[in-house]
Design a protein around this ligand. Structure first.
Ligand code: ADP
Length: 523
């Protein structure tokens, strides 16, 4: 099949030859041979040799002789070496689709076709079949013929192999844009034909425009296919206008420049498309990882946030059970306990709903509230905990009535975490003075809530990763409290940190943005 294709290409491109040798300004069979060696391997060298000899015999009616066999063997050898070198140095799995691989391809194709041209013409000049005077021009004609044959056909064959089902691809690709691109190639070729008698090179540059457009739009495969169309169109123009062979050779050198430009832009565009795809893949992988991380964090957050109301519920239900077992039922006390149970249940479901929203959309429900109310609410909830740990919670006078615009449930959760940590730290350390001081101060743009305890303070080894998840000094701790508290405060536009406390203990600062009056009105 390859030999038949070689013969067909050789016969159809046998124009402006240096008779009786096969020196033509376009030699696509060289591109076919290189493609065969690159895709099927070096072991196909006999097929390349046979095709070269067969083309001389069939197309040019040559008789098999020593110079013919020598040149055929040399040509085969050169292209086998070129293919081997290319295969070893190409790095990207899709051939030619990186600019580095493309530059190597240009250099190797030029070197191989140049060597073949010099050797081929030189040998026939040595035996007198080519005049020494014509030798340089014939070398250039052979060289540009083989070089353009490779630059035009080899990338096109790679692209066709990659596309696979050509019929399907053509049906899928037929669009007004492609028709416009083909028309623009036709128009540029028409310009060349229009200046046929005058100076055809002048209008050759018009071909750069459609090729650049196609290469940038469709990448290397688009550039490769467009080159074939342009080359065939150029040959048609040359024949219609009946140019001199020398003019065609000159046009072919311009065609080499066109191919290098088109393929380079095409490869760069394909490379960019590959990078975009890789980036999208990475992004998708990152999103998946983030989803897993959020799911894990949400689970821990839920467990952590529900721990407190569940413990309270447990003790309230226990108290109810004791009460119903008693001979005289204290209805008022029972009602009070039931109200507390209801409150804790509502609180739990709010925590679940708010946390779910927070992790799903980062949603916060901003409401205007006095800063002091936020702290007071939590102190009330933790009243029993403080009492049983013998901790006194005092509030220093300050800007307690300052209005804030925050997510109340989330901010209260964060404050609750800080207070509970302080109570537990003092209880665990067996601190003599067990006191938590809460204070509120205002800066120009924010409100700062300070929670300062008289406990042991945060140990040096905990300090570095205090707000990182899963860092805990407690046997039954999860190490999620501060991490969650900080994300909750940040979701309301604030921040949370620990500051050195000269008087000892730990001092956590929660900064919340102070809203402008228009913010409060809008809320
Ligand atoms: P957990 O309470 O589950 O350990 P946190 O993230 O809330 O998780 O706290 C992490 C650690 O920070 C605690 O284990 C404790 O060592 C330290 N810590 C937090 N608050 C205080 C505090 N007020 N005083 C001393 N250490 C604290």
């Amino acid at each position: 099949m390859y030999v038949a294709g070689y013969l067909a290409l050789d016969a159809s491109s046998y124009i402006y030859p240096v008779v009786p040798l096969g020196i033509t300004p376009w030699n696509p069979s060289a591109g076919l041979s290189l493609f065969l060696l690159l895709t099927c391997g070096r072991r196909f060298w006999p097929a390349v040799l046979i095709a070269a000899v067969a083309a001389d015999v069939v197309v040019r009616n040559a008789t098999v002789n020593a110079p013919m066999l020598t040149t055929a063997a040399f040509i085969t050898g050169c292209y086998v070496v070129a293919a081997t070198f290319l295969q070893r140095s190409w790095k990207v799995s899709a051939p030619l689709e990186s600019t580095r691989d493309l530059v190597i391809f240009f250099v190797v194709a030029s070197a191989a076709s140049g060597t073949v041209a010099v050797m081929f013409v030189g040998l026939y000049a040595a035996i007198g079949m080519v005049s020494m005077r014509d030798m340089p021009l014939d070398v250039l004609r052979y060289w540009v013929g083989d070089l353009n044959g490779i630059l035009v056909l080899t990338p096109a064959l790679f692209s066709i192999r990659k596309i696979g089902n050509i019929g399907f691809a053509i049906r899928k690709l037929v669009s007004p844009e492609i028709i416009l691109q083909l028309l623009s190639i036709g128009a540029a070729l028409g310009l060349i034909l229009a200046f046929a008698g005058d100076y055809p090179y002048r209008s050759f540059y018009a071909l750069f425009l459609p090729l650049i457009w196609i290469s940038a739009r469709w990448g290397l495969p688009g550039a490769a296919v467009a080159q074939v169309i342009i080359q065939l169109g150029l040959i048609t123009c040359v024949q219609l206008a009946d140019y001199h062979a020398a003019t065609f050779v000159q046009l072919q050198w311009l065609m080499t420049g066109l191919c290098v430009t088109g393929l380079t832009i095409g490869a760069m565009s394909s490379h960019r498309a590959r990078l975009e795809l890789a980036l999208l893949d990475r992004q998708a992988a990152l999103n998946r990882a983030q989803q897993f991380a959020s799911a894990g964090e949400m689970t821990s957050a839920l467990a952590h946030q529900l721990n407190q109301p569940m413990t309270a519920l447990n003790s309230y239900v226990g108290a109810c059970q004791i009460m119903v077992g008693q001979p005289i039922l204290d209805a008022a006390r029972l009602r009070d306990l039931m109200a507390k149970i209801e409150g804790e249940v509502r609180r739990s479901s709010e925590v679940v709903a708010r946390l779910r929203d927070f992790y799903r959309r980062g949603a916060t429900n901003l409401c205007p509230i006095e800063a002091g109310r936020l702290v007071d609410n939590v102190i009330q909830v933790l009243h029993r905990n403080a009492q049983s740990a013998d901790v006194e919670i005092v509030s220093r006078p300050g800007e307690w009535s300052r209005r804030l615009l925050v997510d109340t449930v989330q901010t209260e959760n964060a404050i609750q975490n800080l207070l509970l940590n302080a109570i537990e730290a003092m209880e665990m350390a067996g601190s003599k003075t067990r006191r938590i001081e809460t204070s509120i101060s205002v800066t120009q743009t924010s409100v700062e809530i300070r929670i300062h305890d008289s406990g042991p303070g945060v140990s040096a080894e905990m300090m570095a990763e205090l707000f990182e998840p899963f860092h805990t000094s407690k046997a039954d701790g999860m190490g999620m409290g501060l991490a969650i508290a900080r994300s909750l405060v940040r979701a309301s536009g604030g921040d949370l940190w620990i500051e050195p406390a000269a008087a000892g203990g730990a001092c956590f600062v929660m900064r919340l943005p102070a809203p402008t009056s228009s913010d409060v009105l809008r809320a």
